[in-house]
Design a binder for this molecule. Structure first.
Ligand SMILES: Nc1ncnc2c1ncn2[C@@H]1O[C@H](COP(=O)(O)OP(=O)(O)OP(=O)(O)O)[C@@H](O)[C@H]1O
Ligand SMILES: Cc1ncc(COP(=O)(O)O)c(N)n1
Length: 270
């Protein structure tokens, strides 16, 4: 049986709600074969991050070379990369293998405030990784770090998206989770030519652990099966909306999103 394949280059979340666990669950739900290169092991639950154990850059390169030498991913995403050595290793392999169906989720800080990207590594993201990206999916605080500007109005949100496409991303999505617009939770898209919104309804819930990972993994899965970026973004937004609406009550902190809600609700078109 021929299947489409997607690769996540990200951190492991022992709690299962974010990182590679979230990405692989999302790939599976969207009928895509999932592969992973682990960048860091985190000891984590719904209440926060207890420890971070990074993999060496050599270890990351070795995983990527094993995948590249044998299995050809149809799309690739990056999540938590933790330091500039790992960013360089990931970008090097992505370039060497010509993996140009690339989604970059520039993960920086966990919901509880723990640092998932060292401070001096944001520049490496801009220099090495973002120029390779088909889609980049920062939340508002991440877009602020990457652009060096405060985003406190709709105009500035658009300006930041233009700057990020200027750095080299084909498409920039500035997510709305941290953007308070009444009961809306829309994400702004800029594709280098036009702006549009992915419309969503804000769900009043604390179970949002891993929303960004799940959303970017859904985009990646859809690109892997050959959807256009616009189609992939649309489906990913429906996927994350269902996953948040039916969020899972687990643990006493930020519970995870529900990866199977989209399929179980019968939204899947395939
Ligand atoms: N309360 C909510 N209700 C509905 N959709 C939400 C909610 N919070 C986030 N989303 C959606 O989830 C996706 C991820 O957005 P968010 O801004 O939360 O990313 P993030 O901060 O990177 O996530 P994470 O905290 O997992 O890193 C976006 O499509 C966003 O609109
Ligand atoms: C390994 C890993 N990757 C990404 C996140 C971000 O997710 P969140 O902001 O919901 O904590 C995380 N907590 N852990």
């Amino acid at each position: 049986m021929q299947v489409n394949k997607a690769l996540t280059i990200a951190g492991s979340d022992s709690g299962g709600g974010a990182g590679i666990q979230s990405d692989l669950k999302t790939f599976q739900e969207l009928n895509v074969y999932g592969m992973s290169a682990v960048t860091a092991v985190t000891a984590q639950n719904t209440r926060g991050v207890h420890g971070i154990y990074p993999v060496t850059a050599e270890g990351v390169t070795s995983q990527l070379e094993a995948i590249g030498a044998d299995l050809r991913p149809d799309a690739v995403k990056t999540g938590m990369l933790f330091n500039k050595e790992i960013i360089e290793a990931a970008a090097g392999a992505i370039k060497n293998f010509g993996w140009n169906n690339l989604v970059v989720d520039p993960v920086m800080v966990a919901k509880g405030g723990s640092i998932l990207l060292e401070e001096d590594a944001a520049a490496a993201l801009k220099e090495w990784l973002i120029p390779l990206a088909k889609v980049i999916t920062p939340n508002v605080p991440e877009a602020e770090v990457l652009t060096g500007m405060k985003i406190d109005s709709a105009e500035k949100r658009k300006k930041a998206a233009e700057i990020l496409c200027g750095i080299g991303a084909d498409i920039t999505v500035i997510k709305g989770g941290h953007w308070n617009e009444s009961d809306l939770c829309s994400d702004l898209v800029y594709d280098g030519q036009e702006f549009y919104e992915l419309d969503g309804k804000r769900v009043a819930t604390k179970n949002t652990h891993g929303t960004g990972c799940t959303f970017s993994a859904a985009i990646t899965a859809e690109l892997a099966i050959g959807k256009t970026p616009k189609e992939a973004l649309h489906t990913a937004k429906q996927f994350i909306q269902a996953a948040v609406e039916y969020g899972i009550e687990a643990g006493s902190g930020h519970g995870p999103t529900n990866h199977w809600a989209y399929r179980r609700l019968g939204n899947a078109k395939r």
